[in-house]
Design a protein around this ligand. Sequence first.
Ligand code: HOZ
Length: 430
Amino acid sequence: MTTNKSREWFARAVERIPGGVNSPVRAWRAVGGAPRFIARAEGAWVVDVDGNRLIDYVGAYGPAILGHAHPRVVEAVAEQAREGFSFGAATALEVELAERLGAAIAGAEKVRLVSSGTEAGMTALRVARAATGRTGLIKFDGCYHGHSDALLVRAGSGALTLGVADSAGVPEAIAASTRVATYNALEEVERYLAADPRGIAAVIIETVAANMGVVAPAAEFLRELTALVHRYGALLICDEVITGFRLRYGAAYELYGAAPDLIMLGKVIGGGLPVGALAGRAELMDLLAPLGPVYQAGTLAGNPLAVRAGIETLKLLAEDGVYARLESLGARLETGLRAALKASGARGCVNRVGSLVTLFHGVEEVGDGRAARAADTAAFARFFQGMTARGIHLAPSQFEAMFVSLAHTENEIDATVAAAREALDEARGG
Ligand code: HOZ
């Protein structure tokens, strides 16, 4: 498959855009070569500027749960565009989305719409600090909550892929307020809390980690974490930017017995347009301006096009059988990838929760950030090249999930598994 045009565009891109990309996760530095430039996408497929069609598992890093350009979402956005793009004023649409989120998520008594998951995280932390009068934060190694200063410590996603998990430019004093615990290790959280019982404002966690590859919370971990955090008067923030409305209609934390005070949302709730949200208990959310003293704002917050796309997406996700279908497609991919690993004799393991899947190379089991970092990234790079050559579009990192959508069919999953089998054989020199 020729990729000349992608390479030409990349050569132009690097002249004007740092690294040629507008988000580091899109770079191919960890796998080698020039990134594919995507011209369009439909259903489970993306088409690059050279005209190659590929089965897509990037899924826009999460939003594309219906597949790309679902006709009903396209129509809703087009209809809204004719009414105007942005007003800088309150709209009925924002109320409708906030009501839908509130009805679907226990604990989302009030909702503030923002434009990205990063803003949701930054605001969550500010509210938590204002509410508790404390500054300390505990996060988990390998979890990623956007790129605000305090949260870019031992971060996952592109920061992990590119080896900049502790970003330059974050003031030492801010980074020092963040403690990092091992995902699934309750005793480490307890140690931090006991060492500074009145200093920790919040503990923030991805309900299911999906920015160090997919790592599920251990049984009872989130329930026990909730009790522990509250015992010390701190707040629990569940980051549901990836998992919200992906693993069930609502927040995933309800599957695991957690009871957060604040909830971060994004991705699916914007249907592929820029939307994030902070939700939570009313008395905390009412600390936000204009009611309270915590300032947060955004020219495009609650943007009508984005909110309309989100509402239409949620309506489609509320239909019967949606999450059973995603579970069944995810399970088929998991089983197929496991069989491909076994048949090729390659070392690795497959982690899956619902429609989030990761094949870790070179390791037998991954349950936390340290185990994820032990994965064989060189083997992943070879696998990635084999998959892209066979028409399978993966994120260019061992540490990003594969996102299965409702537009994928059994045929596409099976073709992916067949490609994986060949790519694994090839990567081992078979
Ligand atoms: N959480 C996303 C990927 N894991 C972020 C996407 C991005 O940084 O562009």
